[in-house]
Design a protein around this ligand. Structure first.
Ligand code: ADP
Length: 448
């Protein structure tokens, strides 16, 4: 049993992990950069270690500094949160060498899913459905163009090492292929130092539906249902909900079983997410697997009643899952809004001093955030400053509660995306759950 863990992260997720650890009687160690001296996670933890400069590459991304802080404080395990080192297999290896438990999957599973092309090869073998496409090693432009022709336009070029929507290009016609390929490769090289790409069929009106899976180190693996993350801007999630609106139970079971097969194919352990792209006709395809806790995990917690961080810690301690698939149930409906320090129209970042702050509360309203009045949101990190999660016994009830909670939320001193969420709540398509991954961008274009 762990008595002390270090959280190699900051912001809302560091605070969220600390809360569960404290409930379990585990002491916590925070790490922080220059910019985060006054951050909430530092105040909340039992101990805090300064690890360097404000830029993440001088602090949160430096493996040796994290391990050094772990040694100095005697923490037995590290929770990486999401982002930063959470999907860095080299970091997971270094933890093992240092005799510290990495609260996450084995490095081999992180590596297997680190390349979208390699992941697709593994999934093909495990008979998980894939978007028709090409994910081979031959990268010659002529061959890729030929493959695009075979797949049929429109196609999507994706960086194998990609993430956050970078290195992706939609190509409508054969004439535009080579230019787009160059652009995607250039962006991939700049962002990931790796210009390997894959090409797949571009689906025009799909939904993004992902399955939460959980595996232990004894071969147990269950799925904890789906989240619909179709409300996106520039391939980044804005609102997530669970369950997916209008999901039919047979499809849920098929997707859940496919996700478990995916996890088992790579010897997965811990919390993971298998992302699918789903068509209206019921077909669905594997996109990628995220080998960490996701930003949107609270909606799954709300409908299942499970604390996923507690389960992560238990599994990392070597315990088997107490749940069998037949025991996992869900009830009601949960919605999460990502609240960013950004202009709600232009999406320009708007960090700065929080002059006034009031977070909504009450029954079935959860706010995960590190904000407080007097806190200065630093410009160095992701602009997401809070997540508002509501639960209702029905989707309608959750939407009503969301409207009330958004009205109650006060963040003074900076622009936030709260007004965007409020505007979406009066759109009939959003209210009926009738949207695809294209929907928000089309909506924004109309509102402009
Ligand atoms: P990243 O790792 O950069 O986030 P993903 O492969 O997860 O990239 O894709 C990001 C988003 O791009 C998805 O959520 C979906 O909205 C869109 N997308 C991905 N693949 C396709 C596809 N084949 N057709 C249409 N849209 C897609």
């Amino acid at each position: 049993m762990f008595t002390k863990i270090l959280i190699a992260n900051r912001g809302e997720i560091a605070c969220r992990v600390i809360k569960t650890a404290r409930r379990l009687g585990i002491k916590t160690v925070a790490v922080y950069s220059d910019a985060d001296t006054g951050a909430r996670h530092v105040a909340m933890a039992d101990e805090a270690v300064h690890i360097g400069g404000s830029a993440a590459r001088e602090s949160y991304l430096v493996v040796d500094k994290i391990l050094d802080a772990t040694r100095r404080t005697g923490a037995q395990a590290i929770h990486p949160g999401y982002g930063f080192l959470s999907e860095n297999a080299g970091f997971a290896d270094a933890c093992a060498r240092a005799g510290v438990v990495f609260i996450g999957p084995p490095p081999s599973a992180i590596r297997a899913m680190g390349s979208k092309s390699e992941a697709k090869k593994i999934m093909e073998k495990a008979k998980v459905p894939l978007v028709p496409g090409y994910h081979g090693d031959d990268q010659s432009p002529d061959l890729l163009a030929k493959e695009a022709e075979r797949i049929g336009f429109p196609v999507l070029i994706k960086a194998s090492a990609g993430g956050g929507g970078k290195g992706m290009r939609v190509v409508e016609t054969a004439e535009k292929f080579k230019d787009a390929l160059e652009g995607a490769k250039r962006e991939a090289k700049a962002s990931f130092a790796d210009d390997h790409v894959l090409v797949e069929k571009y689906l025009s009106r799909p939904r993004h539906i992902e399955i939460q899976v959980f595996a232990d180190s004894h071969g147990g693996c269950v799925y904890l249902f789906e989240r619909d993350c179709s409300i996106q801007r520039r391939h980044q999630k804005v609102i997530e909900e669970a369950p997916a609106p209008n999901m039919d139970p047979a499809r849920r079971k098929q997707m859940g079983e496919a996700a478990v097969a995916a996890a088992k194919a790579i010897g997965y352990v811990g919390a993971g997410t298998v992302e699918f792209i789903a068509n209206q006709d019921g077909s669905f395809y594997f996109m990628e697997m995220n080998t960490r806790l996701q930003v949107e995990h609270p909606v799954t917690e709300a409908i299942t009643g499970l604390d996923l961080v507690r389960e992560q810690i238990r599994v990392a301690e070597g315990h088997g899952l107490t749940l069998r698939q037949e025991d996992v149930q869900f009830r009601g409906h949960a919605i999460e809004c990502r609240i960013n320090a950004e202009d709600p129209r232009t999406f320009a970042p708007s960090p700065g001093l929080v002059k006034g702050y009031h977070a909504p509360g009450g029954m079935n309203v959860r706010v995960d955030s590190g904000l407080y009045a007097g806190y200065k949101v630093p410009p160095y990190y992701d602009s997401m400053i809070a997540k508002l999660i509501v639960y209702g016994t029905t989707r309608e009830g959750a939407l009503r509660r969301l409207r009330r909670a958004l009205e109650e939320y006060v963040i003074e001193g900076m622009k936030t995306t709260i007004p965007l969420h409020q505007a979406l709540l009066s759109d009939p398509d959003f209210l009926s759950g009738d949207y695809t991954i294209k929907w928000l961008e089309e909506w924004l274009a109309r509102e402009d």
